[in-house]
Design a protein around this ligand. Structure first.
Ligand SMILES: CCCCCCCCCCCCCC(=O)SCCNC(=O)CCNC(=O)[C@H](O)C(C)(C)COP(=O)(O)OP(=O)(O)OC[C@H]1O[C@@H](n2cnc3c(N)ncnc32)[C@H](O)[C@@H]1OP(=O)(O)O
Length: 547
């Protein structure tokens, strides 16, 4: 936990007292097999194993001898030097890691990695280093293994057939001292509790400088979409008078098209475990509980995203950032000052026109719901992985129903001769500055590119689409600047590779991996090429945005 982030004393005190009473000491890894129950001793053994794995890798990288992998007979004994060179060029992070290692040795290391891993930029070190066997939980789940070959021609479909009799009727028990709860998001107090848990314990960047700060209003919007179910809003509370919320996982129902199949799935988000309860195998228990509840409701597939590599991304995108207030981003350490530049030059470079330029541009209103629903639905058919929105969902996700200070989503249309020709939107997600820099500014106000659509997409050979989207997204940047955002973020999904560079988005160091649960399909492009660069020819894959 960041030293500079204040955590209420009662919370800390409570967890300490739970710990003393043994509640924190025995977090059983319920349901993953009793041999998996985490005791201090097994934790230590696991850490030792992990360390030895890491040392082995380090040794390999330093040129010491690696033992042959079991499947070595299937692999060519040596990659041609040319292939090694190419792979290194294609995966920049690997290039750094293998720098200075003789080509022979690099070949040996690369040979042990799955080609899809190499191409998707999954690196050898840090949080991405684990092999399949080390994913003790995920290895038991109906998700593709890392080494499933893309050329595997099994048709798209469920990995595991689940029948109602197979689904447990009750939740697995939690470790002593904790209990399940359903979170009632119609109750403001409970939304505030979720906000508090997430604002203190949710996703941080690798350097613990920033943490997502999803507002209570945002959570209300994100989790109460049409068809939402209270039973998919799951919490874990400490028993006792405080009933402190210490963990969460949420699902909302959506219709998802994966290539030609349209499925009722759950979109999972906001998996969070209190920092003091980390590494105690609570996440697998939460995941299994939401799986059980979805299965009981006849839902057998899920979609989710994450910055960490798990078995196995169906497609990965890269984050891009467009500075709106460069000085602030620089002051908090978000944006660097490039060599040979000056702050004045950077500010000038990021200037935007003061007025929008798309003809007929205006804020989206209720009367636009039908035409936007029509345009967006047609536009999304161009992607292999996309949500199938209903009219009510278009209303929910794109019409702002909040007063200006609470606004979460901004949507615009272009209307010409009474026809809606274009639509674009972004949402607001602040991050807390949690490191040293928080003394200067405590929040970054970030706009995230959300859905957009244009009639130009249907022109023969997409004529004029690139120019139109560049104009449309520039107008969104201008609107975001007016609404006092500091930065505008976008992924490489949808048609984004058409305009990121021209609109001065800079490549971020984050990837966003997209996952499907219990569905086999071939990899889906996330708009980046093997060099991890946005690539216009790689569009048409991921067409869904998860919050
Ligand atoms: C049909 C319906 C199906 C519905 C379910 C579909 C699947 C939904 C899946 C969930 C989609 C969530 C989408 C989002 O919300 S993504 C956002 C996730 N949240 C955060 O990053 C917030 C900050 N971090 C935390 O709160 C904790 O570190 C979390 C909760 C992430 C893990 O807690 P902790 O650090 O205390 O670990 P543990 O000892 O309990 O458990 C360790 C196991 O957990 C695996 N792990 C770690 N991170 C993730 C992750 N992001 N997705 C899935 N699994 C993850 C890990 O590989 C290991 O398994 P294995 O390596 O041994 O195999």
């Amino acid at each position: 936990m960041s030293e500079s982030h204040p955590v209420g004393a009662p919370l800390e005190a409570h967890l300490e007292s739970e710990s003393e009473s043994g509640a924190e000491e025995q977090p059983q890894e319920v349901g993953e097999g009793s041999q998996d129950a985490t005791t201090t001793a097994t934790e230590k053994t696991k850490k030792k194993k992990k360390r030895s794995k890491r040392s082995k890798l380090v040794s390999a990288l330093k040129g010491e001898k690696l033992s042959e992998p079991a499947e070595s007979s299937k692999s060519p004994s040596k990659l041609p030097d040319e292939a090694v060179k190419k792979l290194l060029e294609m995966n920049p992070s690997l290039k750094g890691e293998l720098a200075g290692i003789p080509p022979e040795k690099a070949s040996e290391i690369l040979r042990k990695m799955d080609v899809s891993q190499l191409l998707s930029g999954i690196s050898l070190n840090g949080k991405n280093q684990k092999d399949m066997a080390s994913y003790k939980f995920w290895a038991t789940q109906p998700v593709p293994k890392f080494d499933e070959k893309p050329e595997d021609s099994r048709p798209d479909g469920p990995i595991k057939e689940v029948t109602p009799e197979m689904v447990p009727k009750t939740a697995a028990p939690l470790p002593e001292g904790y209990e399940w709860c359903e979170l009632d998001l119609t109750n403001d107090e409970e939304i505030k509790e979720v906000y508090k848990l997430l604002s203190q314990h949710y996703v941080e960047d690798d350097h613990a400088m920033f943490r997502f700060n999803y507002s209570a209003v945002f959570l209300d919007w994100a989790l109460k979409s049409p068809g939402w179910k209270k039973s998919w809003h799951i919490g874990v509370r400490a028993k006792g008078p405080s009933r402190l919320l210490v963990a969460s996982i949420f699902g909302i129902p959506i219709k998802l098209r994966i290539r030609q199949n349209v499925l009722d799935v759950v979109e999972i988000n906001f998996l969070c475990v209190h920092k003091k309860l980390r590494s105690r195998r609570l996440a697998p228990v939460l995941i299994k509980e939401i799986t059980r509840r979805c299965n009981l409701d006849g839902v057998y597939q899920a979609i989710y995203t994450g910055g960490v590599v798990l078995p196995t991304p169906v497609g990965s995108c890269r984050y891009f950032h467009r500075s709106l207030d460069w000085s602030k981003l620089y002051e908090i350490g978000f944006s660097p000052l490039p060599p040979n530049s000056t702050p004045a030059k950077m500010i000038a470079r990021n200037q935007l026109p003061s007025n929008t330029s798309t003809p007929g541009w205006r804020v989206m209103e209720e009367r636009d719901i039908e035409p936007v629903y029509d345009l967006l639905s047609r536009y999304l058919t161009r992607f292999e992985l996309a949500q199938e929105f209903t009219r009510d969902e278009v209303e929910h996700w794109f019409i702002n129903k909040h007063k200006p200070e609470d606004q979460v989503v901004w949507s615009f249309v272009a209307e010409q001769d009474g026809k809606i020709t274009d639509f674009g939107s972004f949402y607001c997600l602040e991050s807390s500055v949690i490191g040293e820099m928080s003394k200067k500014h405590d929040k970054i106000r970030a706009a995230y590119l959300y859905y957009y659509a244009s009639e130009h997409a249907f022109n023969p050979k997409e004529k004029g689409l690139k120019e139109r989207l560049t104009q449309l997204v520039q107008d969104l940047l201008i609107e975001a600047k007016k609404a006092k955002f500091d930065v505008f973020n976008a992924l490489t999904l949808h048609d984004n590779p058409l305009f990121l560079e021209q609109l001065k988005f800079g490549a971020g160091d984050g990837q966003l991996h997209h996952y499907l649960y219990n569905w086999r399909t071939k990899p889906i492009s996330g708009g980046i090429n093997a060099k991890n660069q946005p690539d216009e020819s790689k569009r048409g894959g991921i067409g869904i945005v998860l919050l």
